[in-house]
Design a protein around this ligand. Structure first.
Ligand code: ARE
Ligand code: CA
Length: 594
C-alpha cells in the first residue's frame, strides 16, 4: 500500500528500501521525506488556491503537516439558489468538465499552489469527483462550458448508467446494484465500466499527477464497483496515495474492505464513535479504541473527528463533535492526534448557520481570502474557523510526528470517568480532562526521560523556554499534573525545555520534637517562595536533613531553609542561598542552618 508522502521517497528509494520497509511495518504512515516525519493531513475546505499556497508556506510546512486535501478543482456547476443561499458549497461536487477552473482559482493558481506546498514540504491531495457529473439539468459551468444533464464537453448520453428505477435514482442502499448504477441525488452516473469513461477519468487524474498532485480522495467510492476504480487507477501514472470515501452502514451490502485493493478507506465509525464518547459517554471507554471497536485495520483507515459532510448533517451526519462545540473540539482532536490508530485528517471549516451555505463570499459570489491583503488572518471569527490553527490542535501535529516510532499506547490511566492519560513509549505523554468541573491532580507514570518539558497545549517551546506551563518528569519517569476541567496537557520528546538535575539538599539543623525542616526557593520545583509548597526534607540522618529534587538544568536558583511545626514558619537568617544548576547529572548542596 502506498503511504502519504511515499512519493518523496523515490529519490532515496534504493538506499533506504530496507529501512523504509521496517518503518512501514513498525509504525503506520510516517512519511519519509528528508526532514521530520509527517503524519497528519488537513482539509482546507473551500479555501482558494492562493490561500492554500500561503498556508503551506506560513503554517503547514513549519508545523509539520504531511498533506493538505483541497476541494474539487475541476469545472463545476454554478448553483444560483439553494436553501442556504446562492452558490452552495456542494456545487463543486457536480463536475461539468475536467478543466481546472473552479471557485478556488484557475489552473495557473492551482499549479502555483502545488509547487509552493511542495517547497514547504507539504503534499497535496485532490478530492476527485469521478462517479458522476451534474445533478443540475442544464447550465454554464465555472469555466464557461455549457452542459445539459448527460451531455458534457467530455461525455455524451451513452457514457452514463440508466438503472431503470424511477428517475434512475437510488431507491435502496441495501441494493448493491442500485447503489453503484443508479443516481446519487440525481447526479448523472458515469458508466465506469466503459473503456472510454475509464480513460477519460484517468486522463484527468494524470493531468493532476503531472502537475505534482500526491494523492486522491475518491469521492463517492461506494457508488462505483471497486474493480472499476482499480481499472481507472491502473491507468494512472506514479503511485499517488489513494483514500476512498466509503460510508459503511448497518444493513448495507457494500463494505469498506472491498476497496482495500485500491488504497485506504475513510473510517466513518471512528468519527461517530468518538463523537458519541465525547458528547454523551466517558473517556475511560477509549482504552481499546480502534480495531476492537469493529473499525477497519489501522493501516487502512483515514480518520477524522468530523468531515465536511457530517459536520453539517450531510452524508451520514449525526452525533459528531465540530468547531461549534468549542473546547470539546480541541479535546477530541487532541485525542485523535495522540491515539495510535489510522491516518488522521484535521477538518478546517468556515462558520455556517445553514447546511447548504457556501464559504465566506463577497456579494458577487467570489470566495473571500483567509489571508487578508494586509497579511492578517481572517480566522477564528465569524467567517473562516481555521481549526487547524487552534493551538492544541496545531501543536498535536508535532506530537504525532515525534511519537510515530512508538505507535502503541503505554501507561494508560483513567479515573474511571472522564479523565484519561496515556503515553507513547518514551516519546510522548498526554493527559485529557473532559470532566466539566473536576480538576485532575495526579502523579502519573509517563515513561518519559527525566527533564523539564513544555506543555504544548498551553504554550510553545522556544529553544530552552516555554510560553506555557512546564512539566517536570522525575528520574523514575513520574510527573505530577494539575489539569483544570475541560483541558489537556501534552509533552513530547521535542518539547523538552531542559534536562533536569538531581539536586540533594543536605542541611545540618537542630529542631524540637514536632518541628520539621523544608527547603523553599524561587522556582516552581522549590515552591516559588510559597512556604506551603516548600519541599520537606527527611530526618533519617538527624541532625542532618536531606532531600533530593529534580531541578531544571542551567538554571539560576535561590533558596532558603525553613522550619515548620504545623503552625508557625521559622525562616533561617541571612540572604538567599544561590547557585546555578549544571547541564545534567546531579549535585549536592551541603549547608548549615543559620
Ligand atoms: C445536491 C442537493 C441535492 C440535489 C443534488 C443534484 O443537495 O438535493 O439532488 O445536488 O442537484 C454533496 C452534497 C449533496 C449535493 C451533492 C451534489 O452533500 O447534498 O447534492 O454534493 O452537489 C451518500 C454517499 C456519499 C456522499 C453523501 C453526501 O454515499 O458518497 O451521500 N458524500 C460525497 C461527498 C458529498 C457530495 C457527494 C458525495 C456527491 O462527500 O459532499 O455531496 O459528489 C447513508 C448512506 C451513505 C449516504 C448517506 C447520505 O448514511 O450509508 O452512503 O451518503 O446516507 O445519503
Ligand atoms: Ca456509480
Amino acid at each position: 500500500m502506498i503511504r502519504p508522502r511515499f512519493a518523496c521517497l523515490r529519490v532515496v528509494w534504493v538506499v533506504s528500501a530496507l529501512v523504509v520497509a521496517f518503518w512501514l511495518w513498525a509504525s503506520p504512515r510516517p512519511a519519509f521525506a528528508q526532514g521530520p516525519t509527517r503524519t497528519v493531513a488537513v482539509h482546507l475546505f473551500e479555501w482558494r488556491w492562493e490561500d492554500i499556497a500561503l498556508e503551506c508556506e506560513q503554517f503547514l510546512g513549519p508545523k509539520g503537516f504531511a498533506a493538505v486535501q483541497v476541494s474539487p478543482p475541476q469545472e463545476h456547476a454554478i448553483v444560483t439558489s439553494s436553501d442556504g443561499g446562492p452558490y452552495p458549497w456542494w456545487q463543486r461536487y457536480q463536475p461539468v468538465s475536467y478543466q481546472l477552473v473552479s471557485r478556488s482559482g484557475d489552473r495557473q493558481a492551482f499549479i502555483d499552489m502545488v509547487q509552493r506546498c511542495h517547497a514547504a514540504g507539504v503534499d497535496v491531495y485532490v478530492d476527485a469527483v469521478i462517479n458522476h457529473m451534474t445533478g443540475q439539468e442544464s447550465g454554464v459551468g465555472s469555466a464557461g462550458s455549457t452542459y445539459t444533464h448527460y451531455d458534457y464537453p467530455n461525455y455524451a448520453p451513452w457514457d452514463f448508467h440508466y438503472c431503470g428505477t424511477p428517475g434512475n435514482e437510488i431507491q435502496s442502499y441495501s441494493d448493491r446494484y442500485q447503489v453503484q448504477n443508479c443516481e446519487l441525488v440525481n447526479l448523472a452516473d458515469l458508466n465506469t465500466g466503459s473503456e472510454y469513461v475509464r480513460n477519460t477519468i484517468a486522463a484527468y487524474l494524470n493531468d493532476l499527477v503531472s502537475i505534482g498532485v500526491d494523492g486522491f480522495r475518491i469521492d463517492a467510492a461506494k457508488h462505483m464497483n471497486t474493480n472499476d476504480i482499480a481499472a481507472i487507477l491502473a491507468r494512472v501514472n506514479g503511485s499517488p496515495y489513494i483514500y476512498q470515501e466509503v460510508i459503511e452502514a448497518a444493513g448495507e451490502p457494500i463494505t469498506g474492505d472491498e476497496y482495500f485493493q485500491n488504497g485506504d478507506v475513510t473510517e466513518f465509525d471512528y468519527s461517530t464513535s468518538l463523537g458519541n464518547v465525547f458528547l454523551h459517554g466517558q473517556l475511560s471507554w477509549l482504552s481499546s479504541f480502534g480495531e476492537a471497536w469493529g473499525f477497519m485495520p489501522s493501516d487502512k483507515a483515514l480518520v477524522f473527528v468530523d468531515n465536511h459532510d457530517n459536520q453539517r448533517g450531510h452524508g451520514g451526519g449525526g452525533d459528531v463533535v465540530t468547531y461549534k462545540n468549542g473546547t470539546l473540539y480541541d479535546l477530541a482532536n487532541v485525542f485523535m492526534l495522540a491515539w495510535p490508530y489510522g491516518y488522521p485528517r484535521i477538518m478546517s471549516s468556515y462558520e455556517f448557520s445553514h447546511r447548504d451555505q457556501g464559504p465566506p463570499s463577497y456579494s458577487d459570489g467570489t470566495t473571500k481570502p483567509v489571508h487578508n491583503p494586509d497579511g492578517s488572518l481572517n480566522c477564528f471569527g465569524a467567517e473562516w474557523k481555521c481549526e487547524h490553527r487552534w493551538r492544541p490542535i496545531a501543536n498535536m501535529v508535532e506530537f504525532r510526528n515525534v511519537t510515530a516510532p512508538a505507535f502503541y499506547v503505554s501507561n494508560w490511566w483513567t479515573d474511571g470517568y472522564n479523565q484519561i492519560a496515556f503515553g507513547r513509549g518514551d516519546l510522548g505523554f498526554v493527559v485529557i480532562n473532559r470532566d466539566t468541573s473536576k480538576w485532575l491532580s495526579q502523579t502519573l507514570q509517563t515513561g518519559m526521560p527525566a527533564g523539564t518539558y513544555c506543555d504544548v497545549i498551553s504554550g510553545e517551546r522556544n529553544g530552552s523556554s516555554c510560553t506555557g506551563n512546564t512539566i517536570t518528569v522525575n528520574a523514575d519517569g513520574t510527573a505530577s499534573f494539575s489539569v483544570p476541567p475541560m483541558s489537556a496537557v501534552a509533552i513530547h520528546a521535542n518539547s523538552k525545555v531542559s534536562n533536569s538535575v538531581a539536586v540533594t539538599f543536605d542541611v545540618y539543623a537542630t529542631t524540637y520534637w514536632g518541628q520539621n525542616v523544608y527547603v523553599v526557593g524561587n522556582i516552581p520545583a522549590l515552591g516559588s517562595w510559597n512556604t506551603a509548597q516548600a519541599v520537606p526534607l527527611s530526618a533519617s540522618a538527624y541532625p542532618r536533613w536531606r532531600g533530593t529534587v529534580q531541578l531544571p538544568a542551567n538554571t539560576w536558583v535561590e533558596y532558603k531553609y525553613i522550619k515548620k511545626d504545623g503552625g508557625s514558619v521559622v525562616w533561617e537568617s541571612g540572604g538567599n542561598r544561590t547557585f546555578t544548576t549544571p547541564s545534567g547529572g546531579s549535585l549536592t548542596r551541603t549547608d548549615t542552618w543559620r
